[in-house]
Ligand binder design. Structure first.
Ligand code: TMP
Ligand code: ASP
Length: 240
């Protein structure tokens, strides 16, 4: 059923689906990159963990009436999704200060954002994904003003639900990045992945970092941390 390779990114390969032009297969790789690919490594099992975690998260969001491109998980490392044209925006929602915002704006790590802060970045490796305002986003992409507003509203709704989901697993959702894509009918839907590669998650009790910062900051064994996240999500979703 999997067809030819359409695109290879830093974390995933994207394949056509034979006889299903409006579907794609996403195949999660074991590669980890940070700082726009300047730091690189490979971790056996990472592709499986991100595929399974993303699948759980999208399934949960579907149950909360928040649709995405996700159709189903196919096997350990692959999932079937609706074909979209990705809008070149990284939509970041921040509940607590960490990462680039602390450096960019001199905000102390762990400062709480209430209400949460939404930021837009231009998805363009050659430019190191610069931060954008709405005017830039409207100029650089094909989204309308109303669509941009709806993207930000959806990102905040996703935040509400993900905060709950992770809290039930003893994790604080510090921040995360979303991408959106356009379906064949022109509507815009949540796409890409939601995993510890794209979220910051801190243990509620110990404050321990349990996401890709473990790799970015060389804090320990990435795979055991991602295993732990999957296990917590499985315990939490099975108990219901
Ligand atoms: P930042 O603090 O580096 O701007 O990252 C904010 C959030 O976005 C964090 O949860 C990590 C995620 N992220 C990605 O998923 N991809 C990226 O390329 C970057 C820079 C951040
Ligand atoms: N995703 C980016 C990279 O692959 C940056 C990051 O996540 O820190 O290099």
């Amino acid at each position: 059923m999997k067809g030819s390779l359409l695109y290879e990114g830093k974390a995933k390969r994207v394949y056509h689906v034979n006889d299903e032009p409006e579907q794609l297969v996403l195949s999660y790789k074991n590669d980890a990159t940070a700082f726009n690919g300047k730091k690189k490594d490979e971790f056996e099992g990472k592709g499986r963990l991100n595929n399974l975690i993303t699948s759980k998260v999208f399934e949960y969001l579907h149950q909360q009436q928040l649709p995405s491109h996700f159709i189903k998980s196919l096997n350990d490392t692959e999932q079937l999704v609706a074909k979209t044209t990705i809008i070149p925006l990284e939509v970041v929602v921040r509940n607590v200060a960490a990462g680039s915002i602390t450096r960019r704006l001199g905000i102390e790590e762990k400062s709480v954002f209430e209400p949460p802060i939404v930021e837009l970045f231009y998805k363009k490796d050659e430019l190191d994904d610069p931060i954008l305002n709405d005017y830039h986003a409207l100029y650089l992409t094909d989204v309308t003003e109303a669509e941009l507003q709806s993207i930000k509203d959806k990102a905040l709704k996703v935040n509400d639900h993900l905060k709950d989901l992770f809290k039930q697993s003893g994790l604080k959702l510090v921040d995360f990045k979303l991408e959106f894509g356009r379906l064949a009918d022109d509507s815009i839907v949540l796409a890409d992945e939601i995993s510890p590669d794209t979220c910051r998650l801190w243990d509620e009790e110990t404050g321990e970092k349990m996401d890709k910062d473990v790799f970015r900051e060389s804090l320990g064994d990435l795979i055991s941390v991602y295993e732990n996240i999957l296990q917590r999500l499985e315990e939490n979703t099975c108990a219901k």
